[in-house]
Design a binder for this molecule. Structure first.
Ligand SMILES: Nc1nc2c([nH]c(=O)n2[C@H]2C[C@H](O)[C@@H](COP(=O)(O)OP(=O)(O)OP(=O)(O)O)O2)c(=O)[nH]1
Length: 125
């Protein structure tokens, strides 16, 4: 989860068809031999073209529908003034706390998104 000036970066999936058009936090699967933080930093570079420092975990681990993995979200800080670009997503938006419901999040994200207004108010980044 990337937060800048009280807004969280939401990304629209372009594929596969069953989840295209749904919104998510940038990230992806942990590869063998990677830590969670290494995987997240790699995915941020691949998907957004940014360098990041991975911070604290937020929200619960949410089991994914297929039951073989969990969704785990961390705060990350952008490094060196890097600005995210949607290299693999259909679109990207910076959402304020009162705009979180303006996009259709993936189902697994909803318990985490529900905690964001409090985290944003606390200045999580
Ligand atoms: N990155 C991300 N994935 C999410 C979120 N919510 C959610 O249900 N998912 C699911 C979608 C996918 O089934 C899985 C992440 O897989 P992915 O396809 O993004 O992973 P990846 O980048 O490694 O892709 P690939 O190499 O397997 O093609 O987690 C979310 O907020 N962010």
């Amino acid at each position: 989860m990337i937060v800048t000036a009280g807004r969280v970066l939401a990304c629209e999936r372009s594929a596969p068809p069953e989840v295209a058009g749904r919104w998510e936090f940038p990230g992806g699967k942990v590869e063998p031999g990677e830590t969670d933080a290494q995987a997240l930093a790699r995915e941020c570079a691949e998907e957004l073209g940014v360098r990041v420092r991975v911070g604290a975990r937020i929200g619960p681990d949410v089991p994914l529908a297929h039951g073989r993995a969990v969704l785990r979200v961390f705060t990350v800080t952008l490094l060196n003034g890097d600005e995210p670009r949607a290299l693999e997503h259909a679109a990207m938006r910076w959402l304020a706390a009162d705009e979180l419901d303006s996009v259709p999040w993936l189902p697994a994200d909803q318990p985490i998104v529900a905690e964001l207004p409090v985290l944003l108010a606390e200045g999580a980044a």
